[in-house]
Design a protein around this ligand. Structure first.
Ligand SMILES: Cc1ncc(COP(=O)(O)O)c(C=O)c1O
Length: 391
């Protein structure tokens, strides 16, 4: 006889409302991607599933613009890929330079500290990015063995240029890890050409896939560092040696490492296929055009941006400063209740100061932008979202 009774809530049908997800992620999945999630399960080592994994690997190589053999999707969300980078590349003897343009540099510094490394952070004022000269000065001064940079900073809505940054790091004997969770597919990314050693992303942003499997790739240099560790990788689950075998990257017969998230891999395959069909160049162009359309609409409302210099704005996430007298949360609630549109608040230092508007993958369309602008305009002009003035 069961001692804990049947939960009543589970006897009701599952209810999921329809919402337009125009925040910093997840974005809405296309019908094609949702349909992939309903396909029958396969065994995680069945030949048909392995063939799909191989297609995913090719899709990641295309999206990252890399020929790296060690390219796969880690089971888990973007944080899982981040942990994979940290626990494979960092040992207590390492000196890690974490470049902070928002919360993700802080988050990586936290992960690197947990690996026992000496961690040095350099931080930019919100809404700004580092120049390659500034980064070179830091490399010279700190002499790190690993440097971490966030390409698309979703908390501050900046896009940190990483062109040729890997080549610069190699000059100083340093490995470069880049987070492109919020930017991949929307902004040009050339892993091999720019000398990036570890690149990772998430599924739920421009790829518009349900979070659950996160692409990552290791350069030969990163792989060598991993293979010549003095200490074992602290995590079994995220140890790239085991993962690379499961993903067929080491030329050895594949062995069971863990049960791959089968349906997430189907979704990722379809997200990557959608990107391949559109083509990277067209996807980059579409995101830039959509961002421009959004910027014009925001300017017409006389609102201001957290990132003043347009050159350093991230097209996938736009941070709009909340005008005086307006309660940001009331506006977000209004937009959600009336239009079923997500308008996110800030994160980290930007919390309470901005709204973050996402334009990602399937959601980056002129129609969605028009709807969002209309909802936002209404939201900030309606009396109910104002901060009551104290008399
Ligand atoms: C730049 C960046 N890195 C990492 C992450 C973490 O990804 P996840 O929430 O999928 O674990 C996010 C999530 O928003 C992100 O925007």
């Amino acid at each position: 006889m069961a001692e804990v009774p049947v939960p009543e809530c589970l006897l009701k049908p599952l209810y999921v409302p329809r919402k337009l997800l125009m925040g910093p992620g997840p974005s809405n999945a296309s019908p094609r991607i949702l349909a992939a999630g309903a396909l029958p399960l396969l065994g995680h080592l069945h030949p048909e599933f392995i063939a799909i994994m191989d297609e995913v690997k090719k899709g990641i190589q295309y999206a990252f613009q890399t020929k790296n053999e060690v390219t796969l999707a880690v089971s888990g969300t973007g944080h899982a890929a981040m942990e994979t980078a940290a626990c494979n590349l960092i040992e207590p003897k390492d000196v890690v330079l974490s470049v902070c343009t928002g919360i993700w540099g802080e988050r990586f510094a936290d992960m690197a500290e947990r690996q026992g490394a000496k961690v040095v952070k350099i931080t930019k004022e919100q809404g700004q990015v580092f120049s390659n000269q500034e980064l070179e000065q830091a490399l010279r001064r700190i002499q790190p063995t690993v440097m971490f940079v966030t390409h698309g900073e979703s908390s501050s809505a900046t896009c940190q240029p990483v062109n040729d940054l890997g080549i610069l790091c190699h000059k100083y004997g340093c490995i470069l890890i880049v987070d492109c969770v919020a930017s991949l597919g929307a902004v040009p990314m050339y892993m091999d050409k720019w000398g990036i050693d570890v690149l990772y992303t998430g599924a739920q942003k421009v790829l518009s896939v349900s979070p659950g499997a996160s692409p990552i790739s290791f350069s030969e240099r990163a792989w060598k560092k991993t293979q010549s560790r003095t200490k074992r990788v602290t995590s079994f689950y995220f140890d790239m040696t085991g993962l690379a075998n499961y993903w067929g990257c080491d030329g050895q017969p594949r062995k069971y490492h863990h049960t791959g998230p089968i349906s997430s891999i189907y979704g990722l395959r379809e997200g990557l296929a959608t990107l391949a069909e559109e083509g990277l160049e067209q996807s980059w162009k579409r995101h830039a055009q959509c961002a421009d359309m959004l910027y014009r609409g925001i300017e017409e409302m006389n609102l201001r941006f957290l990132v003043e210099n347009k050159e350093f704005r991230l097209p996938t996430v736009t941070a709009v400063l909340v005008p005086a007298g307006v309660q940001w949360k009331n506006v977000s609630n209004y937009v959600m209740e009336k239009y079923r549109v997500e308008l996110a608040g800030g994160l980290g230092l930007s919390a309470g100061k901005v709204w973050r508007i996402g334009l990602m993958g399937y959601n980056a369309t002129p129609d969605n932008i028009r709807l969002l602008l209309r909802a936002l305009r209404e939201g900030i002009t309606t009396e109910q979202t104002r901060i009551p003035s104290r008399l």
